[in-house]
Design a protein around this ligand. Sequence first.
Ligand SMILES: [Cu+2]
Length: 234
Amino acid sequence: MFDSWLPEAASSYAEKIDGLLVFITVIVGAWFLASEALLVYLALRYRRVEGRPAAYIPANTLRVMAVVLVPCVVILVFDLVIDAVAAPVWHEIKETQPPHDALIRVSGEQWAWRFFYPGPDGVLDSADDFEVVNEMHVPVGAVVLFELVAKDVLHSLWIPALRLKQDAVPGRSIRGWFKATREGRYEIICAEICGFGHTLMKSGLVVENQTAYRAWLDSQQGTQLAEAGHPGQR
Ligand SMILES: [Cu+2]
């Protein structure tokens, strides 16, 4: 039911995240409705009545204390249930790193995303690296390992279709992974207010088949080598 309100799910772990969202929404939603209903009932039931003085009820018996303690225990139990259900998902996404097919360094700056590709040697910070601004290409069905950095202030890499959000912190290189499962073009947004141009800090994620991805890689490498060879013409 709630799934249709969410953006298209385009990663291997998107459905698990959506499942957690629905699970937590149902539990919290039920509590919200129950507590608001009780609030309205009590406000009406014990409203001011002429001639009925307000009563002072000290919480010195277990029966009275139970009014607070029982809901606290129930909430704690639900909290632990949510933790238990969410922990395996967290472990899979954040604490394990499947073997990767592609490596990309993602850099947030005021106000753009920059993507560094390792080039044919597969190693970053080598001579054949190339960079792209505001558009990341990845092959569909491939595990992408990303190294997330920030050049100036805090940013947050948010790709709603992948259900991926990760803060980018200056001075740190944070690793993560995703596997895009559907071809298409998706939004990359900055989810951390990072200054005047924050709302303009949007990029595209292009998920494409191997052939198109190879062709794109070749075109980028060709362009950048040509540019490097003719610096005077830029
Ligand atoms: Cu930002």
